[in-house]
Write a protein that binds this ligand. Structure first.
Ligand code: SF4
Ligand code: FE
Length: 495
């Protein structure tokens, strides 16, 4: 069965035994939990849009493994055009959800693990690539959501995995058996982990010979024995628990999700192993996954940026200042920044090239430049959005006040009437619509959605310094020096 519907996806989660903890307690019906459900709706959108004929070209692809029609989120990119479509699909999803829709980490892991396992097998005569192809065929046929889990807790950052006082600071093998391995450890701030059917675990750094037991990659069902997930909280998240919460949520329907994923003596059968001790390939897997995910940000964050720009423009209109040249200029600047991010996402895709395994990889330098810009521009876009909207986005009374019929003062007016009166602008603009746009901006600039649009822009897919290291590596300074020497007439023998 290919192409699940959004409803089928949500129902499929109910059939899982995923162990989710939040606020110190186990959450049994996590699918309907008001703090979790918006993030499920977000992933569901990746299923729903695949059934919309308008988006079929972006949302679906032909499997290189089976020839069947699959959701693009499970696809191995076969061309630069596929890489471009991936970015366009992510922009579309960002526009439809204004959130992190979580399913890209799996897609990026598929493409990184596919090409890396091919090269490990070539060097070591292992069977990881076959294992992976079999696994991915199941993922494509069942249209599964898979989390790409990379970030270890890392403990003392000055020490390698084998030097840590607690070996669990990096996910590692604790027992090797005839039929598989047993692993212990954790992965931090895992996007979409609760909402994923399976996880692909990968190392988080390049490793040396003594880190052999930490050089491990495999696939595992999210509800496997020994796995439990501790839900990450977000700013203002408990607003979602308020009775009849709507306007104050800003984005009622959609949201992102991160969790701490703990693996406590989890058994992994041999057929799901993609790396098991071949430490010299840990770095390749990390670099390729990070490269793909840095490209991804040139799509998803741009789509969210489109909604932020739209909300700022609406706030200006509702405030009656949309014609002011300073406001127009700020919206232009926001658009310029947003489209620059998109240009980077498209550029690193167009410059993509085939890997030895046959799938396509982005241009690593341009993907890292893309993500480096993402660590900056959304912050400036948010600053300008706050500038255009004005302070009411953080000072507005609550939705309950606007709806209150409690009479106050001498005039006999209710709190609701007073709020509506004093937050009224133009005749034709309803105060409720104005409140909705302010609350949306509050949510995305500093509420729960700020996780996805701000801090994730900084640290997701690697913190800024990680991109600078890659830019230094890929920047070809020697080649550039030669260019300068040629034109300046500098000949080496004269030195
Ligand atoms: Fe996808 Fe963006 Fe979320 Fe990463 S941050 S999973 S690329 S939506
Ligand atoms: Fe991310």
């Amino acid at each position: 069965m290919s192409l699940k519907t959004a409803k089928e996806y949500i129902e499929s989660l109910r059939g899982m035994k995923t162990r989710v903890y939040m606020f110190g307690e186990k959450i049994d019906n996590w699918v309907d939990h008001p703090m979790i459900r918006p993030s499920i709706n977000c992933v569901a959108m990746t299923y729903g849009l695949a059934h919309d004929p308008r988006y079929a070209d972006l949302m679906t692809a032909t499997s290189s493994l089976t020839g069947r029609t699959i959701n693009r989120f499970t696809h191995l990119h076969q061309s630069a055009e596929d890489l471009v479509k991936k970015v366009k699909m992510q922009r579309l999803l960002g526009q439809k959800t204004a959130s992190c829709f979580q399913r890209c980490v799996g897609m990026d892991a598929f493409n990184a693990v596919f090409s890396t396992t091919f090269e490990i097998d070539e060097a070591h005569g292992t069977r990881y690539h076959e294992n992976f192809k079999k696994f991915l065929t199941m993922v494509q046929d069942e249209d599964l959501t898979v989390d790409g889990a990379m970030t270890d807790p890392k403990g003392d950052r000055s020490k390698a995995p084998h030097q840590q006082a607690d070996p669990d600071m990096y996910l590692h093998v604790v027992e090797r058996r005839e039929d598989g391995i047993v692993v212990c450890g954790a992965k931090c701030h895992q996007t979409g982990s609760v909402n994923s059917h399976w996880h692909i675990f990968m190392p988080t750094i390049a490793m040396g010979p003594e880190d052999r037991d930490w050089a491990v990659s495999f696939a595992c069902p999210t509800d496997a024995e020994g796995i439990y997930l501790i839900y990450g909280r977000q700013s203002c998240d408990t607003r979602k628990l308020e009775e009849n919460a709507d306007i104050d949520l800003g984005n009622k329907k959609f949201g992102g999700q991160e969790a701490l994923v703990v693996l406590d003596h989890v058994f992994i059968p041999n057929e799901y192993l993609f790396l098991n001790g071949e430490y010299e390939f840990a770095g390749m897997m990390v670099e390729r996954f990070a490269g793909y995910h840095r490209q991804s940000y040139g799509g998803c964050k741009v789509g969210v940026g489109d909604v932020v720009i739209g909300a700022a423009a609406l706030a200006a209109e509702y405030n009656g200042v949309e014609k002011a040249s300073a406001v127009k200029d700020k919206l232009i600047e926001m658009t310029h920044l947003n489209e620059t991010l998109y240009s980077c996402g498209i550029a690193c895709s167009c410059e993509g090239c085939p890997t030895k395994a046959g799938n396509y990889q982005i241009d690593l330098l341009l993907a890292n430049v893309c993500k480096q810009n993402v660590t900056r521009f959304p912050y400036e876009i948010v600053r300008l959005a706050e500038d255009v909207a004005g302070g009411a986005m953080v000072t507005l009374p609550s939705e309950k006040d606007f709806k209150s019929d409690t009479v106050v003062g001498n005039s006999g007016e209710t709190i609701g009437e007073i709020c509506s009166k004093y937050f009224k602008t133009k005749e034709e603009v309803s105060t409720e619509d104005r409140a909705r746009v302010f609350r949306f901006l509050e949510n995305i600039c500093l509420g729960s959605a700020a996780v996805g649009y701000r801090t994730e822009s900084l640290h997701g897919a690697g913190s800024p310094q990680a991109q600078r290291i890659m830019i230094a590596r890929q920047g070809d300074f020697q080649g550039k020096k030669e260019l300068a020497k040629n034109i300046a007439g500098i000949q080496d023998e004269k030195k």
